[in-house]
Design a protein around this ligand. Sequence first.
Ligand SMILES: Nc1ncnc2c1ncn2[C@@H]1O[C@H](COP(=O)(O)OP(=O)(O)OP(=O)(O)O)[C@@H](O)[C@H]1O
Length: 257
Amino acid sequence: MSGLEVERLRIAYGGNVAVADATFSAPLGRVTGLIGPNGAGKTTTFNAVNGLLRPVSGTVHLFGRDVTRESAAARARAGLGRTFQQVQVCANLTVRENVALGAEVRLIGRNPVRQFLAGAGQQREVRRRTEEALAACGISGLADTRAALLSTGQRRLLELARVLAGEFRLLLLDEPSSGLDESETERFGQILRQAVEERGVGILIVEHDMPLVMSICDHIHVLDFGQMIFAGTPAETQASEIVRRAYLGEVETAGTP
Ligand SMILES: Nc1ncnc2c1ncn2[C@@H]1O[C@H](COP(=O)(O)OP(=O)(O)OP(=O)(O)O)[C@@H](O)[C@H]1O
């Protein structure tokens, strides 16, 4: 089944067009990269896919359904997961409690009465998913630690574990490796590949860390000044003269793709 399909998406802030007629897809069972220089329109595109921004024109299909007019909450219920550029965790809860939130929202639902009445079976399932996600992200040893005490890298892993504990079918990741050191980034990449291969989910990732992008993506789309300028495999993207030129001003800071 199809994951995300975006067609001729146009997004403007006031009169300024930030994304111009972008067409791309992110199928299930694949890691798809969305890259481009600073200000290219990647986060703006994510926000429109997610439902936080309304496009001027164009369509967003999720799992074969047109969700262009649907809210962010409805898209989340359909199976769209997301992390943000700024890590968002509940600082006063423990790592385990944070991760359990991800499992509870999807299993028990939004209705507080249903949460109160959640059966033992559901609670067991929440616990199982929580422990599984903690282990997958290598943070079981931190389960009882308050999130406020974690390093940025550990918070990133916590955020990922919370999403993995839920039931998303397609995950949007916005610069997930920022704040991670090299070995944490490598582990992060392995966790993502594992989720795709074992659960058949799809991932769309915006990321500046080119070694990570090149090692985990099956397919890459490149944005520049709001336009899709290239799409191809990691090897094709690395070899592309068009992509290289788009990145020229950033060679020293981000590394060329
Ligand atoms: N809230 C906003 N209001 C007005 N213009 C905005 C807003 N957010 C982004 N822009 C503009 O839209 C364009 C695309 O920005 P966007 O943040 O989507 O790019 P990006 O590719 O995610 O950049 P980065 O890699 O730096 O995060 C930029 O020109 C930016 O200045």
